[in-house]
Unconditional design. Structure first.
Length: 751
């Protein structure tokens, strides 16, 4: 039986190619004429104001790659219309003219009953036109037909692409719509956003308490739940309300009675004033999806349509309402009520149905598979707020934020806060900003408190109950204090150097055998001993007074550097969380070229010991370096000065490194006398590299082969001299002795 074809409206036939006026149409005609698989059937032209606006080349195309009797229904020979606009920015539209051409997944939005429009490209029109030629276009048509016939063009779960048609109207659904629909305590309303310059607008489906008063800026949607459909079937969008009613009728749903009852319920017994009419009406379809006929639904899809007519006017068009003395009343039960037909032709426009992000969607869009830990962020300053913003938008982690500070005007130069947040607690501000982005899908819990206060309460509970704590406070107090608390969660410390050109991550191991306290010391040792540490903590570009107090000093630092380092840390911390081991990693950026070098510092275990009223901490890395220098000095004794720092807040002294003997030192198998050449400069350089944290704390020396670290009489005399020297600064002196198998630390202090 011969095929029946659609006829294009409002066009005239032209005799030959000489009458084609659009340059692209002439080029396409020439390419078709030379292509053996294409045959020209007819040339058509659409004129407006005597100027051709559209020219069509009707062709028959043959495709050897189309399987015979394929299940899709594409034939070996198909008749197509190649429609060329006079606008060079528009793609050539391809219409399948056979009336029984199948409705497939990858077609453009069209009018029901009209020719199907093939969606040939995945890219935007501008990208396609960059390399478009008539010859490649013809090959693309054949590729589309062959791939579609073999069901290889479009994944079954991919939504229909709209390349030529793009609706200006959107409906945004709540992220938790399934749960809200099950609740008997809510009803749904539509809130319409402002109209955009192009004429479109966005509507929002919102759940409100059932007994809440109706806001003037909202209206109730007309919701319909369809019977389940088999996944993959595509229904053409209707162009009028009557066409939608026909589609629903075929599925066993009569639209008009539902529509009329809904509209009548809105006016009640007393009627509604004409001024209360809305500018639009939204119809929302909920469509259960199943994989095969008769199976239980496995999902729900949604489709929405907007009528640019208010619900009250629509009520009149459907016969549900009548207008009298500037008010709308229900027409239910009126004698002599005549069936209304005006509603059939009401234009119906599809709406793009979007959904607010939940944590799962955010992770999927961000390429993250791990949902992240139950975490605590210490410090909601510039770095902390930036990292939290990145993690929260990516759906990684569930966070409590602890910060006792509030937003000041100068913070806005490099903080996620805005001017309306000045004076508000930083923790509350980042929580509110998160809520604004995620709409309750995930929450940030703010604690406006001192993170270093470990007394029973919300702070201690958060630190104990978390799986990860990230310290971005940029202070020394918190990481040193928390290292002494055994029952708190695994801790990371992240900070940016004063110039903003480097970021540092100190990560405890998963068992917390290596704490932030010793990681800090080992980081300082790397600064002292490695070439990259020379200017790592160098001063920044300057400072400024941010308030009236002498302590209100803030650093000059561009937000771009904070954001760059925050992005690195926000990406690297999840990767470090997945590892059980401890880590010290530094990202050093060249501000001139933007290049980044990564430095990994080997991590060593810590050995604590009690030294009088102080706890002394030394790591295996220091001990190994001292033993290496002892071996190098054999058979003589050797030694040098000890570098480290005291912290009276935690009653601790931390050994960072031991310097090698100065070149003017005197040593023998039974004695060692440390020299002074270059020593003051070396200690000053260590202090400079560590921003004044690390300094002289005492002396170290070795005992010869075969001897223990037990102090000799000379060692005790030296300790007395050390104590006298350190007494000028009010500090005890530390003497460390390295023996054959052991290591001893002695303290000397003046009473």
């Amino acid at each position: 039986m011969a095929s029946e074809y659609h006829k294009l409206a409002n066009v005239i036939e032209i005799a030959d190619a000489a009458a084609l006026t659009i340059p692209r149409a002439r080029l396409l005609h020439d390419a078709v004429a030379r292509q053996r698989d294409f045959a020209i059937v007819q040339l058509l032209q659409y004129d407006k104001d005597e100027t051709p606006k559209l020219e069509c080349i009707i062709v028959d195309v043959e495709c050897d790659g189309v399987p015979p009797k394929n299940s899709v229904g594409i034939q070996y020979r198909e008749r197509l219309a190649l429609c060329v606009s006079d606008d060079p920015k528009l793609l050539v539209e391809v219409l399948a003219l056979r009336k029984d051409f199948p409705i497939l997944m990858h077609q453009n939005q069209g009018v029901p009953g009209a020719a199907a429009s093939l969606c040939l490209y995945f890219e935007p029109a501008a990208a396609v036109m960059r390399t478009w030629t008539p010859q490649s276009f013809l090959r693309r048509i054949q590729w589309w037909l062959e791939k579609s016939a073999r069901r290889e063009l479009h994944p079954a779960d991919q939504p229909v692409e709209h390349l030529f048609f793009a609706t200006k109207y959107e409906l945004v659904l709540p992220w938790n719509l399934p749960a809200l629909r099950k609740s008997a305590e809510h009803r749904f309303v539509i809130a319409r956003g402002p109209e955009r310059p192009g004429g479109g607008f966005t509507c929002f489906l919102e759940a409100v308490p059932k007994d809440a008063a109706v806001k003037t800026s909202t209206t109730a949607p007309i919701e319909l739940v369809l019977p389940p459909i088999v996944h993959g079937f595509v229904e053409r969008d209707p162009a009028t309300l009557g066409q939608l009613a026909d589609i629903l009728s075929r599925r066993g749903i009569e639209l008009l009675p539902i529509l009329r009852a809904t509209l009548q319920a809105r006016v009640g017994d007393k009627g509604v004033a004409a001024s209360a009419d809305d500018k639009s009406t939204v119809i929302l379809l909920h469509i259960p999806l199943c994989r095969a006929e008769g199976e239980e639904p496995v999902g729900m899809t949604h489709r929405a349509f907007v009528l640019l007519t208010g619900g009250l006017e629509l009520g009149v068009a459907t016969g549900a309402l009548f207008f009298h003395e500037k008010k709308y009343f229900s027409a239910a039960g009126l004698i002599g009520e005549q069936p209304a037909t005006d509603w059939h032709t009401q234009p119906l426009l599809p709406m793009a149905v979007l959904r607010r992000n939940d944590a799962v969607a955010a992770r999927k869009q961000s390429g993250i598979t791990d949902e992240g830990p139950l975490g605590v962020l210490i410090g909601a300053g510039s770095l902390g707020s930036a990292m939290l913003n990145l993690w929260a938008r990516a759906g990684w982690g569930r966070w409590t934020v602890i910060d006792k500070d509030h937003i000041k005007p100068h913070n806005l130069s490099r903080h996620t806060a805005y001017s309306q947040h000045i004076g508000c607690p930083k923790a509350s501000v980042v929580a509110d900003l998160h809520a604004a982005a995620m709409d309750g899908a995930t929450e940030v819990t703010p604690l406006d408190a001192d993170a270093s206060d470990f007394s029973p309460g919300a702070v201690a509970d958060a630190l104990s109950g978390a799986k990860l704590v990230v310290d971005a406070s940029t202070t020394l107090e918190y990481p040193r204090a928390v290292s002494a608390v055994d029952h708190f969660a695994r801790h990371f410390s992240a900070f940016v150097t004063p110039t903003g050109n480097a970021a540092v991550l100190l990560a405890e191991d998963s068992q917390r055998l290596i704490r932030l306290r010793t990681l800090e010391a080992q980081y300082y040792r790397a600064l002292i001993q490695e070439g990259w540490g020379s200017n790592h903590l160098a001063g920044n570009a300057g400072s400024f007074w941010s308030g009236a107090s002498c302590r209100d000093i803030s650093m000059v630092l561009p937000y771009s550097r904070i954001m760059g380092q925050a992005s690195t840390l926000a990406e690297q911390i999840p990767a470090a969380v997945a590892q059980d081991g401890a880590m010290i990693r530094v990202w050093q950026r060249d501000p001139v070229r933007g290049a980044v070098e990564v430095h990994d510092v080997p991590v060593a275990t810590e050995r604590p010991t009690q030294l009088g009223e102080f706890a002394l901490f030394i790591d295996a890395g220091v001990e190994q370096q001292l033993r290496d220098m002892r071996t190098k000095g054999f058979p003589n004794e050797t030694g040098g000065v000890l570098l480290g720092y005291y912290d009276f807040n935690i009653n601790a002294v931390v050994v960072v490194a031991g310097l090698p003997p100065p070149p003017d030192s005197k040593s023998s198998p039974g004695s060692f006398e440390r020299g002074v050449a270059g020593l003051a400069e070396a200690v000053a350089e260590a202090s400079r590299r560590t921003a004044g944290v690390v300094g002289y704390i005492g002396e170290w020396h070795s005992h010869p082969p075969g001897h223990s670290a037990s102090p000799s009489r000379d060692d005790l005399v030296q300790l007395v001299h050390l104590a006298l020297g350190m007494a000028d600064d009010g500090l005890p002196a530390v003497q460390l002795i390295v023996g054959e198998q052991d290591l001893q630390v002695l303290q000397g202090a003046m009473k």
